[in-house]
Write a protein that binds this ligand. Structure first.
Ligand code: PLP
Length: 395
């Protein structure tokens, strides 16, 4: 962007990263489906291949539409560079496999996203990579593990599905002190609510499938950070082949244009709904960082500009109550997703932690009557009335 003063996030979502790729007066970025890019001049082709000149050669490596999505994300996370992926899990796995070698050590927590947890417990140990998974909110214990030395410190805040908050600045500082690369999954917060790089992280990654795209119609992932690191991750991804599709990139660009409006509404709605549920006698526990009763409400206030659109709550009863409750919601898809314009509700057993066994979920402290509730952009009053009728019917 040519402006001297950095525009607000809500302007960057709309305008950021697009100007180079608008064509022939078009006001919207084109979806370039071409797999390869031809050159009349072999020397120019060579310059692009040797990265002396900007351009595209082959769609697995780079693509104009995909590039605009990466540019927009760079601006939103205020990073030097970004590279994108076919899914959020591809962003996470490609980042970890770029950074880690046999004999290395990772420090992370028990509450990471289910798929990430499988990488830590199943795939990395196979490569002789030691993984220490700490209690998510015991920051002193995490610092003690970090002090033993690690190559990667991997954080997620807020966590899925119990909305725990990690002190990113404090832990990033501890990670830096031992020379670790500090990675933060920022999917739940979005760049509108939280910028982990500004809190001291080296890399911030997202499942773009969720709030960034925002419409539950495209899978994607992205990682943002310093040029040198992103270049290494990009190199791993171009060979591994987990490339974002140009059509999905277009849907992400289009989704991002309303990110700030959606997230603002979702922040507001989620807060009101969390307060409503917390006062309901049939609800045992509400997990939302915007509630003053949340264990780390103070840290959330310090590091976030808004508390996000996802909350979770425990119903009285057992899994049969969940079976009866979910189908009664009129304004919530019972589905394994979050961050969309429609409200989405589901239990961890079929959503975030579908990869885990009952015993593993219990070990992680995830109750079976927990409902994850991702607030859409519907009118808040209608969502509350909907929850009320469903709670009345099952209590
Ligand atoms: C969904 C999700 C992922 C994985 O993203 P996919 O796009 O489904 O691969 C990673 N982290 C968090 C926090 C998520 O919610």
């Amino acid at each position: 962007m040519s402006q001297a003063k950095r525009p607000h996030l809500g302007t960057l979502t709309v305008w950021g990263g697009e100007e180079t790729y608008l064509m022939q007066g078009a006001t919207q970025v084109p979806v370039v489906h071409s797999v390869s890019f031809g050159y009349g001049d072999v020397d120019e082709w060579l310059d692009v291949a040797l990265e002396k000149k900007e351009g595209h050669i082959y769609g697995r490596n780079s693509n104009p539409t995909v590039h605009v999505f990466e540019e927009k994300m760079c601006l939103l996370e205020d990073a030097e560079a970004a590279t994108s992926f076919s899914t959020g899990m591809a962003a996470i796995s490609n980042t970890l496999y770029t950074l880690l070698r046999p004999g290395d050590r990772v420090v992370s927590v028990k509450d990471t996203y289910g798929g990430t947890n499988v990488i830590f417990t199943e795939f990395l140990p196979r490569l002789n990579i030691d993984v220490a998974l700490c209690n998510t909110t015991d920051f002193a214990a995490i610092e003690a593990e970090i002090a033993k030395g690690c190559t990667v410190l991997y954080l997620e805040s807020p966590t899925n599905p119990t909305l725990k908050i990690m002190d990113i600045a404090r832990l990033a500082q501890a990670g830096k002190a031992v020379g670790a690369t500090v990675v933060v999954d920022n999917t739940f917060a979005t760049p509108i609510n939280q910028n982990p790089l500004a809190l001291g992280a080296d890399l911030v990654l997202h499942s773009a499938t969720k709030f960034l795209g925002g419409h539950a119609d495209a899978l994607g992932g992205v990682v943002c950070g310093p040029k040198e690191l992103i270049k290494q991750i990009y190199h791993y991804r171009e060979i591994n082949g987990a490339t974002l599709h140009p059509m999905a990139a277009y849907l992400m660009i289009r989704g991002l244009k309303t990110l700030h409006l959606r997230v603002r509404q979702q922040n507001k709605s989620a807060q009101t709904i969390a307060e409503y549920l917390a006062a309901h006698p049939f609800v045992k526990n509400v997990h939302y960082p915007g509630l003053p009763s949340h264990t780390h409400h103070d840290i959330a206030r310090k590091q976030m500009r808004g508390f996000g659109g996802v909350l979770s709550f425990e119903l009285q009863g057992d899994f049969d109550t969940v079976r009866a409750f979910l189908p009664r919601l009129n304004y919530a898809h019972a589905a394994a997703n979050l961050g969309a314009v429609e409200t989405i509700a589901g239990p961890p057993a079929t959503t975030s932690h579908v990869e885990c066994t009952l015993e593993e979920r219990q070990a992680m402290g995830i109750p079976e009557t927990l409902i994850r509730y991702s607030v859409g952009i519907e009118e808040t009053a209608d969502l509350i009335a909907d929850l009320q009728q469903a709670l009345n019917a099952v209590q």
